[in-house]
Design a protein around this ligand. Structure first.
Ligand code: DAU
Length: 352
């Protein structure tokens, strides 16, 4: 049997595919449009693996997706494909509506058409797992309880609104058509292969290049941080044992302010790659104009995942951050390759 992973050359998608091959004997079809954040190099260790098939394509291309589902007799779809960067959604929301909403809709329709024609056993075993975000729950006050799966959606950015819309579509395809779906709402991921527009890799690279470490506003905004490997393990578990139609939050119980995160990575860099002038990288921290509509705090309650599926994150924030910094230090070639002219253009425009 085979699973279809969409957005497979992106950050979380590629970590998932690599992790899958280290844990499972099942084949994988990787689908990715290879837009700016997708990088085939992430999957290069699978180049000669006969169990892996890479296809460049769009989740919105129904004909292609249906053909892949039939050709490879896919028994599950894991949908990572998305436009994921909040700041980009503020500058240009169009791609977020197209990929995250219309793309998910088309993918659901391809899945439904394929699933509908399967024999009974295969129909029962089929799964459509949709990967989403804790941002759909909106911003929390300091005294609010961490968001749980029953909380209402209150998305604030074009990005989170598009993910919330996609989650609603997935739910509706279950309620209306009984398509066997699962939804995962995850906290901020970090780890290897993350595109350097996101806070952690951006600050690692800026630190090494003697550039400012830009902190939006006062840096007291809070995010919950989850090592990407723990997210991948949770998805595997949910795919096997999750209850159809259910939503599972995945997080690290690990709330940190942005300033705490950047200071922690500066002190790891101070130790692993001390500056020649013996100063700390934290001197490069620079407070910049805040993100419009910047959510103050995200925190998610993962008791359902822990209680039902006995699934807990293994990585502590300190050790995960250290692994991440080491990965970037050892993979500066990868960084050079992803830092394309499009990336340089984005950095110049956004931080101008
Ligand atoms: O919470 C899950 C979400 O986490 C995912 O759904 C999104 O796809 C993912 O991008 C991430 O969203 P954030 O907006 O939280 O991630 P980002 O790395 O862009 O920012 C993390 C925090 O750091 C946020 O409060 C904004 C702040 N920040 C970010 C950048 C890029 C800065 O202070 N300076 C920066 O230059």
């Amino acid at each position: 049997m085979t699973i279809l992973v969409t957005g497979a050359a992106g950050f979380i998608g590629s970590n998932f595919v690599l992790d899958w091959f280290s844990q499972s004997k099942e084949n994988v079809v990787s689908l990715d449009l290879l837009t700016y954040a997708g990088n085939l190099e992430n999957l290069s260790s699978l180049d000669n693996n006969p169990r892996h098939h890479f296809i460049k394509g769009n989740i919105g291309d129904r004909e292609l997706v249906l053909e892949l589902l039939k050709k490879y007799q896919v028994r599950a779809i894991v949908n990572f494909a998305a436009e994921s960067h909040v700041d980009r959604s503020i500058h240009e929301s169009k791609y977020f509506i197209e990929t995250n909403i219309i793309g998910t809709y088309n993918l659901l329709e391809s899945a439904r058409s394929y699933w509908h024609d399967l024999g009974q056993n295969l129909r029962e075993g089929f799964r459509f797992l949709h990967v989403s975000s804790d941002e759909v729950y909106g911003s929390l006050n300091p005294s609010d309880h961490p968001s749980n799966e029953k909380d209402p959606f209150k998305p604030n950015s074009p990005y989170s609104a598009s993910k919330a819309a996609s989650d609603h579509l997935v739910r509706a395809w279950f309620q209306t058509y009984k398509l066997p779906v699962l939804t995962v709402n995850s906290a901020n991921n970090y780890g290897p292969y993350q595109f350097p527009e996101k806070l952690i890799p951006l600050c690692i690279l800026n630190a090494l290049n003697d550039k400012p470490l830009p902190i939006y506003g006062d840096g007291t905004q809070i995010r919950d941080w989850l090592y990407v490997g723990d997210h991948c393990s949770a998805i595997r578990e949910i795919l096997i044992n999750g209850r159809i139609g259910e939503v599972y939050n995945v997080g690290g119980w690990n709330e940190k302010t942005n300033l705490e995160v950047v200071e922690a990575l500066c002190s790891i860099l101070d130790e692993l790659k001390p500056k020649s002038n013996a100063k700390s990288y934290s001197d490069q921290i620079t407070f910049v104009k805040d993100r419009p509509g910047h959510d103050r705090r995200y925190a998610i309650d993962v008791s359902k995942l822990e209680g039902e599926l006995e699934c807990k994150p293994k990585e502590a924030f300190e050790s995960g951050l250290r692994k991440t910094v080491i990965w970037y230090l050892e993979n500066l070639n990868w960084v050079d390759h992803v830092a394309s002219s499009e990336y340089q253009h984005w950095v110049k425009k956004h931080y101008a």
